[in-house]
Ligand binder design. Structure first.
Ligand SMILES: Nc1ncnc2c1ncn2[C@@H]1O[C@H](COP(=O)(O)OP(=O)(O)OP(=O)(O)O)[C@@H](O)[C@H]1O
Length: 823
């Protein structure tokens, strides 16, 4: 282990050293200097070596006395030259040491011309091999002259001979030489044969050219041979007789066309070649038929370019039929006109005395709490006026925030809301209701430029802000909306405003509504547009759903629709309904593969609390699923409730409904449930609402749309040509209702009879009663209830209500069980 570590350390040190050497050699200047140094050094060695052969005997005595000035060397390059030569020639490789000088020279040149380091290293390897080989060979040939082989050559020679003898050594040397030639120059038998063949072809070609020159001064063919490396054929270019242009080429110009041409001797100085324009057919001809070539004429047929279509099928369909128009079936559909909506006097009247009085009250109230005001500004809206206050320097906003309730109380007016601070402004806002409020009509909201020109997918004109601007939001972006407010505060009007906005902006082909109205009165008007805008379950009469079980079925059906749509999106390789519909309109999706234009589906649930109370989890689960997943595929939920308590607006629902509208509620707790903030309890009602989409809260006066107006709009649409039926949702088969009935008598719980007696005595079909009385867990009690239902003792599931008990007394129960036994 330790050794390993050491070696790793060593190697890392080595690489560090290497890298520092190479970084030094990185600049071109240092490379040039180094290159020249190597060249000069190689010359130095060369001269020293040559000189050494003449003076080595005299210089023997010099070698150990390098520092002694008095002793002079005979070597041309002095004592250093003599020492180096002694080292490389005498002690090293003998005559072969010249290879070192040569290799240093080559390396110097390589550094100068920037050759790769790897190539230099490879050539050094070969040189070392050659040096060793020569040294041993010379040692073998001239054993007496040790200077020729050097000590290494001599010793290796001697050593190897003791093992394999002289012949063996010769064989090894021959083998090493062959191996060197094969590896270094890549000479193989194949390559040799190829070369022989090639020479033969060239000779034949030369003879052919010569014979041509002798028989005729003008030839009509150009012959070109190409050496195709290891191929066994020669390429000969033959020109057709039918010429289009003439070139005169001298014989020298012809020569290079024959590779490795050596000596073509001709009597004629010039040959005229007739060359056909640019197209030069290349013919591969066996060398044996070369003689016949001059007779051969060639017809050239040029293969035609295959035709390519520039447009694919979808482009073609698009060109032929244009973009798919989903509105085509109801192409004459007319959107409702503005005059169906009532107009009110909407000019905001500013009463200066009211403004002054309010200002004074605010200043005084704040003074009571020792809050000085530096500046105050009023913005008059349709129903409220916003007083923006800049507190005096040094007053902490938190102080005002803490006094929020007290200030509201001191101002003693309904609907005062304090915003401390106004987000993004740093001022404090106090909203005070106007004495005379102005109605914001649906007419003004719908006819506003902002709404009319909006490019949103599902635009909704909700009403007007405090600065009297129309507030338009995109339902598709919300992507689901939760609406809450105490009774009579404008919730139904709000829902109608949402639906009306969509009716004014979206064609029946683009949006479908699924309406759930347990109260059975609020949304009935929309029945008239069933075949235009509504979606329903197959085999149901009314499109507007009022029954709890139907709601459960519809929600589950929407979940199926959602899954189907996701499959379509996946097949179309798009991420959302917008991209899908665009692709479909461009006819890039084949309807035969199940693709179709997908309308947006808006699910509106009024009185959600009622539903949760009766169906509980059965409703909550599919709603949560839709809310979580349906945004991308164009299903959007609008859920309205009167009771915004936590058991209605559960955590899972809240988490998936970031967009919320709060009308006036009765308590701060309710306000917090809806908005996660207070304020909704301070509203003045009649369509005064707070809207949030997760960030800031905006106060809006909801646009007012009256029932007669909705009636007019639905009449207008309903009187037009419609689809044959409402948009059909996928069928949903309720598998629970089937199974519970079929519980076998033999599979009954041991406590079945006891449970039946308890239920009949209490006349209350609830699982919790059984849990208490029989001390059971929830699951077992639930199973018992199912078995009692199967036996006909209790009625079907009715949401959170207890089941109806179908057996009136003990006697009847005994009778029923007796009958069962006899069956
Ligand atoms: N935006 C508005 N502008 C002016 N008045 C409004 C507005 N919204 C509602 N109102 C008034 O408030 C009354 C009650 O409104 P709405 O029927 O919408 O209440 P609600 O919350 O739906 O009540 P419930 O829950 O009992 O159905 C309306 O009849 C209307 O007079």
């Amino acid at each position: 282990m330790a050794k390993k570590k050491q070696s790793v350390k060593k190697s890392s040190i080595l690489t560090e050293e290497k890298s520092s050497i190479f970084s030094f050699l990185k600049t071109r200047q240092t490379q040039t200097i180094f290159g020249f140094f190597l060249i000069i050094f190689s010359l130095f060695l060369c001269i020293a070596f040559i000189s050494f052969f003449f003076s080595w005997q005299e210089d023997q005595s010099v070698l150990n006395k390098l520092a002694d000035k008095t002793i002079k060397s005979k070597n041309l390059l002095g004592k250093i030259g003599a020492s180096l030569s002694h080292f490389f020639i005498y002690k090293g490789f003998g005559l072969a040491a010249f290879v070192i000088a040569y290799q240093i020279f080559i390396s110097g040149v390589a550094v100068l011309v920037k050759k790769k380091l790897s190539r230099i290293i490879i050539s050094w390897n070969w040189s070392l091999f050659i040096m060793l080989w020569f040294s041993v060979s010379l040692g073998f040939l001239h054993q007496k002259y040790a200077l020729l082989s050097g000590v290494i050559g001599f010793e290796v020679n001697d050593y190897v001979q003791t093992f394999i003898g002289k012949t063996g050594l010769v064989l090894i040397l021959v083998f090493l030489l062959i191996a060197y030639i094969v590896l270094r120059y890549k000479i193989t038998i194949d390559a040799y044969l190829e070369k022989v063949k090639q020479n033969k072809i060239e000779r034949q070609a030369r003879e052919f050219v010569e014979s041509e020159q002798q028989t005729t001064t003008k030839i009509n063919k150009k012959v070109e041979f190409k050496n195709q490396e290891a191929e066994k054929k020669t390429e000969l270019i033959v020109e057709s007789k039918k010429e289009k242009s003439e070139f005169e080429l001298s014989l020298e110009n012809l020569k290079p066309t024959i590779t490795n041409h050596s000596d073509v001797t001709t009597k004629n100085e010039e040959i005229t070649l007739k060359v056909e324009q640019e197209i030069t057919p290349e013919l591969k001809v066996e060398e044996t038929v070369i003689e016949d070539l001059k007779e051969v004429e060639i017809d050239i047929a040029i293969a035609r370019e295959e035709e390519h279509s520039v447009e694919n099928l979808s482009d073609k369909v698009l060109k032929d039929f244009g973009e798919f128009d989903p509105t085509l079936e109801l192409s004459n559909f007319k959107f409702p006109t503005f005059n169906l909506l009532k107009q009110y006097n909407e000019s905001i009247s500013i009463d200066p005395t009211e403004l002054e009085a309010n200002k004074n009250r605010i200043v005084e109230t704040l003074k009571n709490y020792k809050i000085g005001i530096a500046e105050i500004k009023a913005t008059v809206g349709p129903t409220i006026t916003l007083y923006e206050i800049v507190p005096e320097a040094g007053i902490r906003i938190s102080k005002i925030k803490n006094l929020e309730d007290d200030i509201a109380l001191s101002l003693s007016a309904l609907g005062i809301r304090i915003i401390a601070p106004i987000p993004g402004k740093g001022t404090i806002g106090i909203e005070v209701p106007n004495k005379k409020s102005t109605i914001v009509s649906m007419h003004s909201a719908i006819s506003s430029k902002k709404f009319q020109e909006s490019q949103m997918q599902l635009p909704i004109a909700l009403g007007k802000t405090i600065s009297n601007e129309t507030f338009v939001v995109d339902l598709a972006k919300m992507p689901h909306l939760l609406m809450a407010g105490a009774t009579g505060q404008g919730k139904s009007v709000g829902l109608n405003a949402v639906l009306t906005s969509l009716l004014y902006k979206k064609h029946p082909a683009e949006v479908k509504f699924v309406l759930v109205d347990p109260k059975k009165v609020e949304l009935t008007l929309f029945n008239k547009i069933e075949r235009h805008y509504l979606a329903k379950l197959p085999d149901t009469e009314d499109a507007i759903i009022t029954d709890t079980t139907k709601v459960v079925h519809t929600l589950n059906s929407l979940c199926i629709e959602m899954d189907n749509r996701y499959d379509l999106l996946k097949a179309a390789m798009v991420r959302n309904i917008k991209e899908y519909n665009t692709k479909f309109k461009q006819r890039k999706l084949n309807p035969n593969d199940g693709h179709q234009f997908l309308p947006y589906i808006v699910l509106v649930i009024d009185e959600f609390a009622d539903l949760i109370m009766t169906a509980g989890k059965e409703v909550e689960t599919p709603i949560a699923r839709l809310a979580q997943l349906a945004r991308a595929i164009g299903i959007h939920l609008i859920v309205a409730t009167q009771r915004p308590s936590v058991n209605v607006i559960t955590g899972i629902i809240k988490a998936n409904f970031p967009a919320r509208i709060a009308f006036r509620v009765t308590s701060k707790i309710d306000s917090r449930t809806i908005l996660d903030a207070g304020g909704a309890d301070q509203l003045i009602g009649r369509g005064d609402l707070l809207y949030t989409n997760g960030n800031s809260i905006t106060r809006i006066q909801c646009a007012f749309v009256d029932t007669p107006e909705v009636e007019k709009i639905t009449d207008f649409i309903g009187s037009q040509k419609a689809y044959t039926e409402a948009h059909l949702l996928p069928e949903y088969v309720d598998d629970e209702s089937g199974t519970s009935i079929d519980i076998d008598v033999a599979d009954r719980d041991k406590l079945f009879k006891e449970a039946a007696e308890i239920i009949v005595t209490a006349q209350q079909g609830s699982a919790s009663l059984l849990q208490r009385k029989l001390k059971l867990g929830y699951n077992r009690a639930g199973r018992l209830i199912d078995q009692l239902e199967a036996a006909g003792i209790v009625g079907g599931f009715e949401g959170s209500k207890a089941r109806q008990v179908l057996v009136s007394d003990f006697m009847a129960l005994e009778q029923l069980l007796e009958n069962e036994k006899n069956q």
